[in-house]
Ligand binder design. Structure first.
Ligand code: SF4
Length: 583
């Protein structure tokens, strides 16, 4: 593919957009903001759009987007060795000052390497020079475990974009050299410079700590403290600023309503890592929605716990008055009230997604999902009674203390929900469907289960078979049960350290044949996935201090084994006192 063809495609893409920023480069700091997946996926990512706006809000910065080209285009670029270009000015990415990746999913790690390759930039930081762009890695993965990407990054920006973009841009403006820049950033909250940290391993291969690389004028802070906004009281909510019909969610206005979730489910990295709960100002949410109305007829409400916003009913009613159809990203079961369900139905919503996680009250106490089967069934009744026909359910298997009885309980709970669906369908004369999604638990970093090994694959395999048999042949109920193999490689990327990098590199080269990649690179995946870490002093992700204390997680795990809940604090001050996350 020739560069002029890339340019034509970029111009055609821009012609369909509203709201992109085009600035002359001049002596501005030039940032390529990369999403390691296609335009179609990336433009539906609110975090990506927000960082684009934050950079471009500064007069001294010009930020342009770059995406993984779709398959055909990618093959053409590789064949012709044409350089990867930014979208706005079609400048070769390798010519800019910063290449910043916003990464949300482990599966996109290989795409980071593909994009570096297309841009003509060496994958490993040690192979790059000061003429290469500074490679910055940020996004949701930095809240979990950025260590598998550590060798590819010059800088890992850990935390929330609102408080990371200004110091990054300032340091780039003021630094006299690349070395000076890295040293300045190492002293800023939220910036982790992997090359300054030398991992130390014990005889059994377990990580024992990090040494600061010799020759530095002063040790960087250790561990690096995640950076997050203290309060969102006066902050504009992240919201779609570029509209295009060419995305996964189409012309939808996305807006973040509240950050964080007070429920503290013991397996949930997002619940623990976005604390404390911080609602965005109601009036600004509604003002931005009103301004976006000419561009979108549907609003997507982005939050992990929408109803933790104290003003949620007013927000929903306001959006409905503007004529929006409303799509909530996720609704927590215990917050589903009649007014909320009614508003969603009035806005045209035909289905709701809820996450019972498991079928038994006992196991829900183990994972700290603080609802009971009776409450779930009441909510299902409420949903179907209000004319919503379809229900999507999220379940997990491989939870601590899980038995076969818990699998049967998933079937029984789903059947009871189906009964309610059929009862209301009979009066309406139209039957909907229940779709269940079942995933094996990956004991994620930054949770109360972070020390646990993943369940033995033979056991998971047996459980998935059993569950498939239990759920087979039930009319209007469809279950998608993920295999343990799929989760195995995801777990490697979640739980690994920087020794996993060669496997990512090999997977990038071989078209993501992970089995071959792990074999070829000699990475001992089982060591990272199935090892009981409870006796290890150091975890790979400990290099970033996410704000939660290990002693708190240990106490939560002990409570899990005692089948005890930790109830969510009712008020936010209590939440902040209990969990001093952002000092
Ligand atoms: S309710 Fe959902 S978002 Fe909140 S902690 Fe539990 S799983 Fe996470």
């Amino acid at each position: 593919m020739k560069s002029f063809q890339q340019r034509e495609r970029a111009l055609a893409t821009l012609a369909k957009e509203t709201g992109y920023v085009r600035k002359p480069h001049g002596d501005r700091l030039r940032v390529a903001l990369a999403f390691p997946n296609t335009y179609w996926v990336g433009m539906s990512n609110l975090g990506f759009q927000t960082v684009y706006r934050l950079f471009n809000d500064r007069d001294d910065v010009v930020c342009e987007r770059v995406f993984l080209p779709p398959k055909q285009e990618l093959a053409e670029l590789v064949a012709t060795r044409a350089p990867l270009l930014t979208l706005e000015s079609q400048t070769p990415v390798g010519e800019l000052d910063i290449l910043a990746f916003s990464i949300s999913f482990e599966w996109d790690y290989v795409n980071v390497l593909t994009m570096l390759k297309l841009a003509g930039i060496p994958s490993y930081a040690t192979a790059r020079g000061s003429h290469d762009p500074l490679i910055v890695i940020g996004g949701a993965v930095t809240f979990v475990n950025p260590e598998p990407l550590a060798l590819f990054a010059d800088v890992i920006a850990a935390g929330e974009g609102e408080v990371l973009v200004p110091p990054l841009a300032d340091a780039c403006r003021d630094a006299t050299s690349r070395a000076d820049l890295l040293q300045r950033l190492a002293l800023e909250r939220g910036f982790y410079i992997p090359s300054f940290y030398e991992p130390q391993y014990g005889a059994d291969g377990a990580l024992t700590g990090y040494a600061v690389a010799p020759g530095l004028p002063g040790p960087p802070p250790m561990p690096v403290r995640k950076a997050a906004v203290k309060t969102t009281d006066a902050l504009d909510p992240p919201a779609t600023s570029i509209f295009t019909p060419e995305t996964e969610f189409g012309a939808r206005f996305l807006v973040e309503v509240v950050r964080g979730c007070a429920n503290l489910c013991r397996f949930c990295w997002a619940g623990y890592n976005y604390l404390p709960v911080r609602p965005f100002p109601t009036d600004r949410i509604l003002q931005l929605a009103a301004a976006a109305r000419p561009h979108a007829s549907r609003v997507g409400l982005v939050s992990i716990a929408l109803c933790d916003h104290p003003d949620i009913e007013r927000i929903l009613a306001g959006l409905l008055d503007m004529g929006y159809a409303i799509s909530p990203a996720s609704l927590r079961l215990d917050d589903l009230t009649e007014p909320i369900v009614r508003i969603l139905r009035s806005s045209g919503e035909r289905g709701i997604t809820i996450a019972p996680e498991t079928g038994s009250d006992r196991l829900r106490r183990v994972v700290n999902k603080t609802v009971t089967n009776d409450e779930i069934l009441d909510r299902a009744d409420l949903i179907f009674a209000n004319g919503i026909e379809n229900l999507k359910l999220y379940y997990m298997i491989g939870l601590p203390t899980e038995t076969d009885e818990d699998l049967v309980a998933i079937r029984d709970l789903t059947l009871q929900m189906r009964e309610r669906m059929m009862k209301h369908a009979r009066t309406r004369g139209q039957v909907g469907r229940i779709v269940g999604s079942v995933n094996p638990l990956i004991p994620k970093p930054g949770t109360a289960y972070q020390w646990l090994p993943m369940e033995d694959p033979a056991v998971t395999e047996r459980k998935t078979k059993r569950l498939r048999a239990l759920m087979a042949g039930i009319d209007n109920v469809y279950f998608n049960i993920k295999s343990e193999r799929h989760s195995y490689y995801q777990a490697l990327l979640s739980l690994g350290d920087r020794r996993v990098a060669p496997a990512i590199e090999a997977a990038e080269r071989n078209g993501q044949n992970w089995r071959a990649a792990v074999e070829e690179s000699g990475v001992d995946a089982d060591f990272f996935i199935f090892r009981d870490r409870s006796r290890d002093a150091v975890l790979p992700w400990d290099v970033i201090d996410g704000g939660m204390k290990a002693s708190f997680f240990q106490a939560e795990y002990a409570k899990a084994l005692r089948e005890e809940w930790t109830l969510p604090p009712k008020r936010q001050q209590e939440n902040a006192r209990l969990l001093p996350v952002i000092q």
